[in-house]
Design a protein around this ligand. Structure first.
Ligand SMILES: Cc1cc2nc3c(=O)[nH]c(=O)nc-3n(C[C@H](O)[C@H](O)[C@H](O)COP(=O)(O)OP(=O)(O)OC[C@H]3O[C@@H](n4cnc5c(N)ncnc54)[C@H](O)[C@@H]3O)c2cc1C
Length: 369
């Protein structure tokens, strides 16, 4: 495939060696696009986060930022298209057709690849959600272009190439990947990796409506019914304002209740490091880090977590990180804002009691009743 990984070769020299003249038919590809993920009438917030990232790229390239809205006919799809202007879209491509009511790879891939082939964007960004990952892979394959998945940073180089950075070698290195000789340059980004841009009330600018040209009989996959995955949807970890998490330092699954108790009292979400999921102490939807969720809370309390790089990449967007660890040399203290060298088994119940006394001063009386 077309992707080039930046390694030991100096960046400019490496790119120059790999870069051929962009084929003539790709030279018309211009502008930055963001796929607005709409499922069952709801826009996934990662789409607006990507509009912020897309705006920065478009401004650097001095091109337009376009939103792409694909969904069933009706108000929710139309509203998503209108809302995209409040998050900075200069124009929006809209494909609305009732066969797009449920996400199916075939119909969505057709909609997006046809838009790309018709209007020719140079950069296409999607959220690294379940839907976005499925769609991005098949769109990139259909268009025979490069896709960099799960990016943690996006930029454009002096020559206008998209520089898509992501962790590699188990998170111990960051690599920057270029799609130099193909278009569009595609990337996915996980929720909460990019900051949410400010929403500014704006009237719709330009909406380009494109027909799908597909009927139900053309689609092999049929949706018989929709069963929401209640278990995995219960955690709102990625978008929580306060998160309390525990790691292996807690010593046993029973002790993890100390994390849950503090989280419940604070109205917070709880999370964990990966080994706790691997041991079956906590469900996988609670894992924080490179292979779990990325979080950006106002407050993150981490108890008994060492702060390995794979955990760090998922939490460093937090406004305030409070780490509790018995080892004063634990790596988490390198990036925590508040470092507490203490036994989590002692401190967590003490914190819960102190917060209870502050937040629920009459709790004893209430319990007695
Ligand atoms: C490809 C790959 C992907 C990965 N993805 C993730 C990921 O998404 N998320 C993730 O978290 N990890 C991930 N990991 C694993 C990661 O490398 C670490 O192994 C993991 O984060 C360590 O978990 P931990 O901090 O809970 O455990 P440990 O590293 O064992 O740390 C436990 C910490 O608890 C402290 N401690 C011990 N007793 C106490 C006590 N009583 N009170 C307070 N502190 C105490 C110790 O000093 C230590 O610092 C990944 C690894 C790989 C290779």
């Amino acid at each position: 495939m077309s992707n080039v990984t930046k390694t030991a070769v100096p960046a400019a020299a490496g790119r120059a060696a790999a870069k051929k003249e962009l084929p003539e038919h790709f030279k018309a590809y211009k502008h930055v696009w963001v796929f607005v993920e709409l499922e069952r009438g709801q826009v996934h917030p990662v789409s607006w986060e990507l509009m912020g990232a897309g705006r920065r790229l478009a401004d650097k390239l001095k091109v337009n930022l376009a939103a792409v809205v694909v969904g069933p006919e009706g108000q929710s799809t139309r509203n998503a298209a209108l809302e995209s202007f409040c998050y900075g879209a200069d124009l929006t491509y809209l494909v609305s057709d009732n066969v797009l009511a449920d996400y199916r790879n075939e119909s969505y891939t057709k909609a997006l690849t046809e838009l790309v082939n018709t209007y020719k964007p140079e950069i296409l960004l999607l959220g690294a959600t379940t839907l976005g990952r499925d769609l991005a892979g098949s769109v990139a394959t259909t268009l025979s272009t490069g896709l960099t998945a799960d990016c943690t940073a996006l930029d454009v180089d002096a020559d206008g190439s998209l520089a898509a950075t992501r962790p590699t070698f188990g998170g111990s290195l960051l690599c920057t990947i270029y799609t130099l000789n193909y278009r569009p340059q595609m990337a996915t980004v996980r929720p909460r990796v990019m900051p949410m841009p400010e929403r500014v009330e704006r009237d719709a600018a330009r909406i380009i409506v494109h027909p799908l040209g597909l009927v139900e009989d053309d689609i092999v996959t049929k949706v018989l019914s929709f069963l929401p995955d209640r278990d995995s949807e219960t955690s709102n970890l990625a978008y929580a304002d306060v998160v309390v998490a525990g790691g292996l330092g807690l010593g046993s699954p029973e002790n993890f209740r100390l994390v849950r108790e503090l989280a419940t009292l604070l109205g917070a979400e709880y999370g964990c490091s990966r080994p706790l999921v691997q041991k079956g102490w906590v469900t996988s939807d609670r894992q924080i880090g490179q292979t779990g969720k990325t979080i950006r809370p106002k407050l993150y309390i981490a108890a008994g977590i060492s702060g390995a790089i794979q955990h760090r990449v998922g939490v460093e967007g937090a406004d305030l990180i409070v780490a509790i660890n018995t080892d004063k040399c634990a790596p988490i203290f390198d990036f925590a804002h508040v470092a507490i060298v203490s036994d989590a088994m002692q401190l967590l119940p003490a914190l819960t009691a102190a917060f209870r006394a502050r937040l629920l001063p009459n709790s004893r009386a209430r319990i007695a009743v």
